[in-house]
Design a protein around this ligand. Structure first.
Ligand code: FMN
Length: 205
Protein backbone atom coordinates (compact mmCIF):
# COMPACT_ATOMS: atom_id res chain seq x y z
CA UNK A 1 0.00 0.00 0.00
CA UNK A 2 1.32 3.47 -0.86
CA UNK A 3 0.48 6.35 1.42
CA UNK A 4 0.32 9.63 -0.45
CA UNK A 5 1.00 12.76 1.59
CA UNK A 6 0.21 16.28 0.54
CA UNK A 7 2.15 19.20 2.00
CA UNK A 8 -0.58 20.27 4.40
CA UNK A 9 -1.46 16.73 5.48
CA UNK A 10 1.22 15.22 7.69
CA UNK A 11 0.90 11.65 8.89
CA UNK A 12 1.51 11.35 12.63
CA UNK A 13 1.26 8.22 14.79
CA UNK A 14 -1.79 8.09 17.03
CA UNK A 15 -0.75 8.58 20.69
CA UNK A 16 -1.82 4.98 21.38
CA UNK A 17 0.67 3.73 18.77
CA UNK A 18 3.48 5.79 20.31
CA UNK A 19 2.47 4.35 23.70
CA UNK A 20 2.77 0.81 22.33
CA UNK A 21 6.21 1.46 20.85
CA UNK A 22 7.78 3.78 23.42
CA UNK A 23 5.85 4.94 26.50
CA UNK A 24 4.17 1.67 27.47
CA UNK A 25 6.43 -0.78 25.64
CA UNK A 26 8.67 -2.50 28.16
CA UNK A 27 11.60 -4.91 28.20
CA UNK A 28 10.10 -8.29 29.14
CA UNK A 29 11.83 -10.81 31.41
CA UNK A 30 8.98 -13.35 31.62
CA UNK A 31 6.79 -14.73 28.84
CA UNK A 32 3.53 -16.65 28.58
CA UNK A 33 3.43 -20.03 26.81
CA UNK A 34 1.62 -18.47 23.83
CA UNK A 35 3.65 -19.18 20.71
CA UNK A 36 5.13 -16.63 18.33
CA UNK A 37 4.17 -17.81 14.84
CA UNK A 38 6.45 -18.16 11.82
CA UNK A 39 4.34 -15.45 10.21
CA UNK A 40 5.05 -13.07 13.11
CA UNK A 41 8.76 -13.91 12.96
CA UNK A 42 8.71 -13.10 9.25
CA UNK A 43 6.70 -9.89 9.75
CA UNK A 44 9.32 -8.58 12.22
CA UNK A 45 12.07 -8.91 9.62
CA UNK A 46 9.88 -7.52 6.82
CA UNK A 47 9.48 -4.33 8.89
CA UNK A 48 13.12 -4.15 9.99
CA UNK A 49 14.44 -4.27 6.44
CA UNK A 50 12.65 -1.03 5.57
CA UNK A 51 14.53 1.02 8.21
CA UNK A 52 17.39 3.19 6.90
CA UNK A 53 21.05 2.05 6.90
CA UNK A 54 24.26 3.49 5.42
CA UNK A 55 24.44 2.82 1.66
CA UNK A 56 21.24 0.80 2.35
CA UNK A 57 23.72 -1.91 3.43
CA UNK A 58 21.40 -3.92 5.78
CA UNK A 59 24.18 -5.86 7.56
CA UNK A 60 21.87 -7.36 10.23
CA UNK A 61 21.48 -11.13 10.19
CA UNK A 62 18.86 -12.84 12.35
CA UNK A 63 19.06 -16.39 13.68
CA UNK A 64 15.74 -17.43 15.18
CA UNK A 65 16.17 -19.99 17.95
CA UNK A 66 12.92 -21.89 18.31
CA UNK A 67 13.51 -25.63 18.83
CA UNK A 68 14.27 -27.06 22.25
CA UNK A 69 17.57 -28.44 20.97
CA UNK A 70 18.68 -25.07 19.65
CA UNK A 71 17.58 -23.37 22.89
CA UNK A 72 19.71 -25.82 24.87
CA UNK A 73 22.64 -24.89 22.65
CA UNK A 74 22.08 -21.15 23.12
CA UNK A 75 21.36 -20.97 26.86
CA UNK A 76 24.80 -22.06 28.23
CA UNK A 77 26.42 -19.13 26.39
CA UNK A 78 24.26 -16.62 28.31
CA UNK A 79 25.03 -14.94 31.62
CA UNK A 80 23.38 -16.75 34.54
CA UNK A 81 20.63 -14.14 34.97
CA UNK A 82 19.65 -14.39 31.31
CA UNK A 83 19.33 -18.17 31.12
CA UNK A 84 15.94 -19.05 32.57
CA UNK A 85 14.01 -16.31 30.78
CA UNK A 86 15.57 -17.34 27.48
CA UNK A 87 14.74 -21.01 28.04
CA UNK A 88 11.12 -20.02 28.72
CA UNK A 89 10.69 -17.52 25.88
CA UNK A 90 8.73 -18.99 22.94
CA UNK A 91 11.20 -17.50 20.48
CA UNK A 92 14.71 -16.02 20.76
CA UNK A 93 16.71 -14.23 18.09
CA UNK A 94 20.48 -14.00 17.82
CA UNK A 95 21.23 -10.67 16.13
CA UNK A 96 24.54 -10.52 14.29
CA UNK A 97 26.24 -8.57 11.52
CA UNK A 98 27.70 -9.93 8.33
CA UNK A 99 31.28 -8.62 8.06
CA UNK A 100 31.09 -9.34 4.31
CA UNK A 101 27.97 -7.24 3.83
CA UNK A 102 29.70 -5.38 0.95
CA UNK A 103 29.37 -8.51 -1.24
CA UNK A 104 25.67 -7.68 -1.53
CA UNK A 105 26.25 -4.19 -3.02
CA UNK A 106 24.72 -5.20 -6.41
CA UNK A 107 21.52 -6.19 -4.58
CA UNK A 108 21.16 -3.43 -1.99
CA UNK A 109 22.53 -0.55 -4.06
CA UNK A 110 22.61 -1.49 -7.76
CA UNK A 111 23.20 2.13 -8.84
CA UNK A 112 26.39 2.47 -6.77
CA UNK A 113 28.06 -0.94 -7.15
CA UNK A 114 31.44 0.68 -7.78
CA UNK A 115 31.45 1.66 -4.08
CA UNK A 116 31.98 -2.02 -3.19
CA UNK A 117 35.66 -1.67 -4.13
CA UNK A 118 36.06 0.88 -1.31
CA UNK A 119 35.50 -2.00 1.10
CA UNK A 120 37.18 -4.94 -0.64
CA UNK A 121 40.51 -4.35 1.15
CA UNK A 122 39.11 -2.53 4.16
CA UNK A 123 38.13 -5.15 6.72
CA UNK A 124 38.18 -2.57 9.54
CA UNK A 125 35.73 -0.30 7.71
CA UNK A 126 33.48 -3.25 6.92
CA UNK A 127 33.40 -4.28 10.59
CA UNK A 128 32.70 -0.75 11.77
CA UNK A 129 29.91 -0.05 9.29
CA UNK A 130 28.53 -3.55 9.69
CA UNK A 131 28.44 -3.36 13.47
CA UNK A 132 27.05 0.20 13.63
CA UNK A 133 24.31 -0.33 11.10
CA UNK A 134 23.29 -3.75 12.41
CA UNK A 135 22.93 -2.20 15.88
CA UNK A 136 20.76 0.48 14.30
CA UNK A 137 18.67 -2.28 12.75
CA UNK A 138 18.48 -3.96 16.17
CA UNK A 139 16.65 -0.84 17.38
CA UNK A 140 14.21 -1.23 14.50
CA UNK A 141 13.93 -4.93 15.45
CA UNK A 142 12.83 -4.16 19.02
CA UNK A 143 10.27 -1.62 17.79
CA UNK A 144 9.02 -4.02 15.08
CA UNK A 145 8.44 -6.68 17.76
CA UNK A 146 6.45 -4.18 19.80
CA UNK A 147 4.49 -2.97 16.77
CA UNK A 148 3.11 -6.52 16.37
CA UNK A 149 1.82 -6.53 19.93
CA UNK A 150 4.68 -8.69 21.21
CA UNK A 151 7.33 -7.85 23.81
CA UNK A 152 11.11 -8.00 23.34
CA UNK A 153 13.81 -8.82 25.89
CA UNK A 154 17.15 -7.68 24.44
CA UNK A 155 20.35 -8.95 26.10
CA UNK A 156 24.05 -8.40 25.63
CA UNK A 157 25.00 -10.41 28.71
CA UNK A 158 26.48 -13.47 27.01
CA UNK A 159 29.79 -14.92 25.82
CA UNK A 160 29.89 -13.65 22.23
CA UNK A 161 33.09 -15.51 21.36
CA UNK A 162 31.68 -18.87 22.50
CA UNK A 163 28.28 -18.26 20.89
CA UNK A 164 29.86 -17.24 17.58
CA UNK A 165 32.16 -20.28 17.58
CA UNK A 166 29.11 -22.50 18.15
CA UNK A 167 26.56 -20.88 15.79
CA UNK A 168 28.78 -19.12 13.22
CA UNK A 169 31.96 -21.23 12.86
CA UNK A 170 32.61 -19.91 9.32
CA UNK A 171 33.85 -16.71 11.01
CA UNK A 172 32.32 -13.78 9.09
CA UNK A 173 29.13 -13.47 11.18
CA UNK A 174 29.45 -11.65 14.51
CA UNK A 175 26.66 -11.66 17.08
CA UNK A 176 26.05 -8.61 19.27
CA UNK A 177 22.68 -9.17 20.93
CA UNK A 178 20.17 -11.88 21.81
CA UNK A 179 16.48 -10.89 21.92
CA UNK A 180 13.72 -12.91 23.56
CA UNK A 181 10.29 -12.49 21.95
CA UNK A 182 6.83 -13.36 23.21
CA UNK A 183 3.80 -12.16 25.13
CA UNK A 184 4.69 -10.72 28.54
CA UNK A 185 3.60 -12.82 31.51
CA UNK A 186 2.56 -11.51 34.94
CA UNK A 187 5.67 -9.99 36.55
CA UNK A 188 7.48 -9.54 33.21
CA UNK A 189 8.99 -6.30 34.51
CA UNK A 190 9.46 -4.30 37.67
CA UNK A 191 9.42 -0.56 38.30
CA UNK A 192 10.69 1.34 35.30
CA UNK A 193 14.17 2.86 35.54
CA UNK A 194 14.41 6.65 35.20
CA UNK A 195 15.17 8.32 31.87
CA UNK A 196 17.48 11.28 31.38
CA UNK A 197 15.80 14.64 30.84
CA UNK A 198 15.69 16.52 27.58
CA UNK A 199 18.04 19.20 28.92
CA UNK A 200 20.55 16.59 30.07
CA UNK A 201 20.95 15.08 26.62
CA UNK A 202 20.15 17.84 24.13
CA UNK A 203 22.27 20.76 23.02
CA UNK A 204 20.86 23.06 20.37
CA UNK A 205 23.39 25.22 18.59
C1 FMN B 1 21.54 -3.75 24.08
C2 FMN B 1 20.83 -4.16 25.34
C3 FMN B 1 21.42 -5.09 26.17
C4 FMN B 1 20.77 -5.53 27.33
N1 FMN B 1 21.32 -6.53 28.06
C5 FMN B 1 20.60 -7.08 29.08
C6 FMN B 1 21.04 -8.26 29.73
O1 FMN B 1 22.07 -8.85 29.40
N2 FMN B 1 20.27 -8.75 30.74
C7 FMN B 1 19.10 -8.15 31.12
O2 FMN B 1 18.44 -8.66 32.04
N3 FMN B 1 18.66 -7.02 30.52
C8 FMN B 1 19.36 -6.49 29.49
N4 FMN B 1 18.88 -5.37 28.82
C9 FMN B 1 17.60 -4.79 29.24
C10 FMN B 1 17.71 -3.31 29.73
O3 FMN B 1 18.20 -3.27 31.03
C11 FMN B 1 16.32 -2.67 29.59
O4 FMN B 1 15.97 -2.68 28.23
C12 FMN B 1 16.29 -1.23 30.10
O5 FMN B 1 16.55 -1.16 31.46
C13 FMN B 1 14.94 -0.56 29.80
O6 FMN B 1 13.88 -1.28 30.37
P1 FMN B 1 12.34 -0.90 30.01
O7 FMN B 1 12.18 -1.17 28.53
O8 FMN B 1 11.51 -1.86 30.82
O9 FMN B 1 12.13 0.51 30.37
C14 FMN B 1 19.51 -4.95 27.67
C15 FMN B 1 18.93 -4.01 26.82
C16 FMN B 1 19.55 -3.63 25.65
C17 FMN B 1 18.85 -2.67 24.71
Amino acid sequence: MTIELTLDETLVLEPAAADLLFREGRTANKFTNDPVSEEQARSIVELVKMGPTAFNNQPLRVTYVRSEDAKERLVPHLAGGNQEKTRNAPLSAILSYDADWHEHFPTFNPGAQQLKSMFDDNAEGRHKLGNNNANLQAGYFIMAVRSLGLAAGPMSGYDAEALDADFFPEGNTHSFMVVNIGYPAEGAWGERLPRLNYDDVVTTV
